[in-house]
Every structure is written in structure tokens, then in C-alpha cells.
Design a protein around this ligand. Structure first.
Ligand code: GLY
Length: 376
């Protein structure tokens, strides 16, 4: 698999008339290409950034949650009404989606209107799916306010809601027209959510870029202290890697599967534990350790990965959940074929393979090994 590890992945410049910033990234998808603006203070420039990209709708709707809306809804300077949903994974539901359609009708949206998703992953996935489905598709802007949303859920166009049977089982690919990451908002992020977001950042190092992994190892304490320079690099590099992968395989026919590293067990943990009990980043940290154990990486590389998760304050041990329940949940996972999950496995730090079937005994053994604190 041809991973590219050089600085050229960080696209400079911009598709729109957005003033070129050092850290901006472009997701290259032909006429659906879009910019990711990464800049402290970007939130208050949102109307200008949207105008620069030709997003001039007369009508629009800001979708946000109660926590984020209280802090930032007015800071955007947008004149659109806001639809505020309860914070938390439970809102990624059919009921909340239909509530948003009501709000869109009430706001008088038409096919030229714009949706702005202002919040974390739940708001982004749900708001994106509302935009994908309302009137067969409106343009939308992602304004992620959590680290996890900046480096993952706001980028790539996967939108959707959960069913009680599994995560993201209803959804659509619908790319945003612009993503705006204001690094200043990370200052109000609860520490647990910061750590959970760093799980996705670490994932990019493991799957794509050994040098970036080493950078994270060297700078994790500064990241946890929200050092501006370190956070800017971590967000920009993570977005650049995701942009590169999505640009090559938008709808996950191949390479894009590597972004799911650790997610098969991670999603099962979220579903079995009950949505909201584990943050997504916490569940996939355990899922990544599981995948690393399945991969049979040399002990020193396994230890580096697990030590980095531990230093970040992320869980690495098996949760108090029954393997049979988790295994059943894995069968519902979208990546499963005939109930058999396919895995992304690590060849070494910075390089993975995808679409790998693993036999039942090896799965159960790797899970049991998670009860131990050191790699077998
Ligand atoms: N929206 C998240 C993704 O496309 O991966």
C-alpha cells in the first residue's frame, strides 16, 4: 500500500478565496473539493470564510447542541436561526433527525439554503445527514468544536445516525462545502474529551506515518497541556492524512478502510456498553490495542503504542463486557461480511493492511489478552 509520508500531504493554499494559511488542508474530490481551515480564532470569521467559498445562502440553519450552543452559537456572527439538540450520543437518533427536519421547515429552508453543523461528532454526523437528506441534499459547513470532530468526524463526508442495533447504520456520503477548525475552542473542551480526540490523532500515526507517531510520543504532554503549536500541528497533520486517504477512496471501496483501525471492537464496545458510557476515542483506544495484539507486532512496537495510549490517559484494557456480546455486535458492523468482521492490521508503526479476515479463536485469544497489562 503506497502510503506517502512527506510534507506535501499538507496542502497549502485554498480552493476558495480564503486567505491562504500555513495549516489549511484541501480535500481533493474534483468539483466537490473543499478546504479545511485550521486557525485559532476562525469561528468569528465564519461568515467571511463562507462568503469566500461562495456560500451566500439567504437562509440557513445552525445545528448545535446545548453545551456548544451556549458557548459559541452567537460567536459565529451568523444570522441563521439555531436548532439546539441535547448533547450526547443519544441525539444521533431518528427522533432527533426528524426534529431537525421540523426545524428546517420552520426556518423556511429551500434547496439553496445552507446547514451549519456547530459542535462535536454527534452534531456533525447528524447535521451532515440532515443536510444530505433534507430536500434531497443541501450544502453544509462543518464547524467542529471537539478535537475528535476536527481530526475525524467533520472531514470525509460520512454522515449518519445510530440504530439501537448498531452505530451509524443509517447514513449517506455527503461531503461538506467547507470545514472550519477554530483551535481556540479546544480551550473549553473537557479534558476527557481532549484525551479521546487524541486517540484518533494517535491512530493516524499508527496507520500512516511513523514519523508523526514519534512526534506524538515526543509531544503528548504538551498536547495534553493544549500547547498551541503542538495542537496546530497535530490537527493539521491528522486532517492532511485523512484528506489524502479520502481523496483516493471517497466511498470506502478500498484504502479508506484503514481509517477504521481499531473501530470494529471499538464500535462493539460503544454499542454493548450503551452509547455514551465510553467516549468514541476511549472505545477505539481499546479497539486499537486489540487490533495491535491481533497483528502480532514485535513486542517493542506494541509496547510503544500501549504506552502512548496510557500516557494520554486512555484505556487499554478489556472492559467489563462479555466477549460473546461484543462478538455479536461485531457481526452487525457495516464492515462485516456474512457476520465475519474484516480487520485492519498493523504491519509496523506507520503501515497497515486492510480487509483481513481473522479466525474466531484468534479473536477470542486477543480479547482475553487485553485482560493482561503487558503484550503477550
Ligand atoms: N464524517 C466522517 C468521515 O467521513 O469519516
Amino acid at each position: 500500500m503506497g502510503n506517502r509520508h512527506d510534507a506535501e500531504l499538507i496542502e497549502r493554499g485554498s480552493l476558495c478565496m480564503v486567505q491562504s494559511q500555513e495549516m489549511n488542508v484541501t480535500v481533493k474530490l474534483g468539483d466537490r473539493s473543499y478546504d479545511i481551515v485550521i486557525e485559532p480564532g476562525a469561528l468569528k470569521k465564519l461568515p467571511a470564510l463562507m462568503a469566500d467559498c461562495g456560500l451566500h445562502a439567504r437562509k440557513g440553519l445552525v445545528i448545535t447542541d446545548a453545551n456548544v450552543g451556549a458557548l459559541y452559537a452567537t460567536a459565529t456572527g451568523l444570522s441563521f436561526p439555531a436548532a439546539t439538540i441535547p448533547a450526547g450520543e443519544e441525539s444521533k437518533s431518528q427522533a432527533t433527525l426528524f426534529h431537525l427536519y421540523d426545524e428546517a421547515i420552520r426556518a423556511g429552508l429551500d434547496r439553496k439554503s445552507i446547514i451549519v453543523a456547530l459542535g462535536g461528532g454527534v452534531v456533525g454526523d447528524l447535521g451532515g445527514y440532515a443536510a444530505a437528506s433534507f430536500m434531497r441534499g443541501l450544502k453544509y459547513v462543518q464547524v467542529p468544536t471537539s478535537l475528535l470532530a476536527m481530526v475525524d468526524s467533520a472531514v470525509g463526508g460520512k454522515t449518519g445516525i445510530n440504530l439501537p442495533q448498531g452505530k451509524n447504520l443509517i447514513g449517506a456520503f455527503h461531503q461538506p462545502s467547507l470545514v472550519v477548525c477554530d483551535l481556540d475552542v479546544l480551550k473549553t473542551l473537557p479534558p476527557r474529551e481532549l484525551r479521546a480526540g487524541l486517540a484518533e490523532v494517535i491512530k493516524y500515526g499508527i496507520i500512516y506515518d511513523a514519523e508523526f507517531f514519534a512526534y506524538i510520543e515526543a509531544n503528548i504532554d504538551r498536547a495534553l497541556a493544549l500547547d498551541a503549536e503542538v495542537m496546530a500541528h497535530m490537527v493539521a497533520r491528522s486532517c492532511a492524512i485523512k484528506a489524502d486517504v479520502v481523496s483516493q477512496d471517497e466511498t470506502e471501496t478500498g484504502l479508506r478502510a484503514i481509517l477504521n483501525f481499531g473501530h470494529t471492537l471499538g464500535h462493539a464496545i460503544e454499542a454493548v456498553a450503551g452509547y455514551g458510557n465510553y467516549l468514541h476515542g476511549e472505545a477505539i483506544a481499546i479497539g486499537m490495542v486489540f487490533a495491535v495484539r491481533l497483528s502480532g507486532l514485535p513486542a517493542d512496537q506494541q509496547a510503544r503504542i500501549e504506552t502512548l495510549f496510557t500516557r494520554t490517559g486512555l484505556p487499554v484494557k478489556a472492559p467489563e463486557l462479555k466477549w460473546d456480546d461484543l462478538r455479536r455486535a461485531m457481526s452487525v458492523d457495516k464492515k462485516s461480511e456474512s457476520g465475519l468482521p474484516k480487520f485492519v492490521l498493523a504491519k509496523e508503526i506507520g503501515r497497515v493492511e486492510y480487509g483481513i479476515p481473522v479466525d474466531e479463536a484468534a479473536l477470542a485469544k486477543a480479547y482475553t489478552s487485553l485482560l493482561a497489562s503487558v503484550p503477550e
